[in-house]
Design a binder for this molecule. Structure first.
Ligand SMILES: *Cc1c(COP(=O)(O)O)cnc(C)c1O
Length: 425
């Protein structure tokens, strides 16, 4: 569309939705491709509205959302209790700065510490920032508490990790696409296989500050480690005075059927990165959460974020946790996940190689004979939003608030989609 002074004025007067109201899906896609960076490759679906577990494109085609913004939309789109809380906060204050105290942040840090069973909270905005915060805390702890010689601290991480997209974080990714042409990278990371506590122990040196890992590797294709791994890792870390840092950005807040995935075992961390669902699907809200000992190394000036801990984010996040507790999200995720797993296996029959995951975080891997592109297209055609994570593995992580009747609809659409591809083989 031609952009001129009149358009700025018109948007200022009549609003954004006046400007885009008559756009077709194709127009939105074309403008995004033309003016946006191509750092994503979206599916050809243009979502103009979303509510609960459902989303719609401009033509009015309806979808059930099984991506759920990678677990960020746990409460469903526009969850009423959270929208109400956000609106109330919009009438009071939204952004002051960390130069001052606010009651909303006071409530948030206490609530998140309580919810986590840890002692203290450093508020951030995105998952990557929460992970970066944990890295800084672990290194400073190593130098000032453990006595590692300065600039020699090492952090052990896992193969196929996903912790975000900053230059430090992609530097210890093992995914070529995430790293290539973005170096030089920060040193101080060692990579071990995921799911192997002995490999971790063998990699520990006197300079090891921390072990950083996801309790379930979601982006890697929903990889669940062997039973007992989380607890073994805790023991290795304790034995060698190494901080255990769980990245619960995607697995946290009931997604796997417990408050945090580490709650499945005796594996309490020293530090943990959280984000995604903490914002209730409305806002980016993240945090590093830790024990008093680990968090105490931060002093004024060590770290910060302009938007971290803003009153709007804090109010929504506290309400998000309250809803999860009041509505028993952990149990719901466990039951809904079990239902979908059984239904998918029944519907998919010989087309499914394996279903991995815990709670309502499922990776469905199809047999090699079914072309992934045709499955992808069939899921969309049958009204299911899902996307391939790794080859032939589709992630199903609908909102935890998804109702039983909607879960049944997901299962029906899944069956129709898979049959439409398998039936033509
Ligand atoms: C999504 C994700 C991140 C990064 O979060 P952003 O908000 O995208 O920065 C980090 N760790 C894990 C495990 C994630 O799934």
């Amino acid at each position: 569309m031609a952009w001129d002074d009149a358009l700025w004025r018109r948007i200022a007067e009549r609003g954004v939705h006046d400007a885009i109201a008559r756009w077709t899906d194709e127009q939105a896609i074309e403008a995004t491709e033309r003016f946006g960076a191509h750092n994503y490759h979206p599916l050809p679906v243009n979502i103009v509205r979303a509510k609960g577990a459902r989303a719609w494109d401009a033509q009015g085609k309806e979808y059930l959302d099984c991506v759920g913004a990678y677990s960020a939309v746990a409460h469903g789109h526009l969850a009423e209790a959270l929208v109400r809380e956000a609106k109330a906060q919009l009438e009071r204050s939204t952004l002051v700065s960390r130069a001052f105290y606010t009651p909303e942040m006071a409530l948030f840090v206490q609530a998140l510490a309580e919810y986590s069973g840890l002692d203290a909270v450093c508020p951030m905005n995105t998952g990557a920032e929460a992970v970066e915060t944990c890295i800084k805390l672990a290194r400073k702890w190593a130098y000032t508490v453990k006595g590692v010689p300065e600039d020699r601290a090492e952090i052990v991480v896992c193969e196929n990790n996903f912790h975000g997209r900053t230059t430090t974080i992609v530097g210890f990714s093992t995914e070529e696409r995430y790293r290539r042409f973005f170096g030089p990278f920060a040193p101080g990371f060692r990579i071990v296989p995921f799911g192997d506590a002995e490999a971790l122990e063998a990699a520990v040196t006197p300079n090891t500050a921390a072990f950083l890992a996801e309790p379930i590797q979601a982006e890697a294709g929903v990889i669940v480690p062997p039973d007992g791994y989380l607890a073994q890792v805790r023991q290795v870390c304790s034995r060698h005075r190494v901080l255990l840092v769980w990245d619960e950005v995607q697995t946290g807040f009931c997604r796997t059927g417990r408050r945090f995935a580490w709650n499945h075992e005796d594996a309490r961390p020293d530090l943990m990165a959280v984000g995604k669902a903490l914002g209730g699907g409305l806002l980016p809200v993240s945090a590093a959460v830790g024990t008093r000992e680990a968090m105490a190394v931060f002093q004024p000036g060590d770290h910060g974020s302009t938007f971290g801990g803003n009153p709007l984010a804090c109010a929504v996040a506290v309400a998000a946790m309250a809803v999860m507790e009041a509505e028993g999200y952990a149990g719901r995720a466990e039951r809904s996940g079990a239902f979908l797993r059984t239904a998918f296996l029944r519907a998919g029959g010989g087309s499914i190689q394996e279903i991995r995951g815990k709670g309502l975080l499922l990776g469905v891997e199809f047999v090699p004979e079914l072309p992934a592109e045709r499955l992808q297209e069939a899921f969309l055609r049958h009204g299911l939003l899902t996307k391939e994570t790794r080859r032939r593995t589709f992630r199903f992580a609908p909102p935890i608030a998804t109702e039983q009747a909607e879960l049944e609809e997901i299962a029906e659409r899944f069956e129709s989609a898979v049959r439409s591809v398998a039936g033509t083989m």
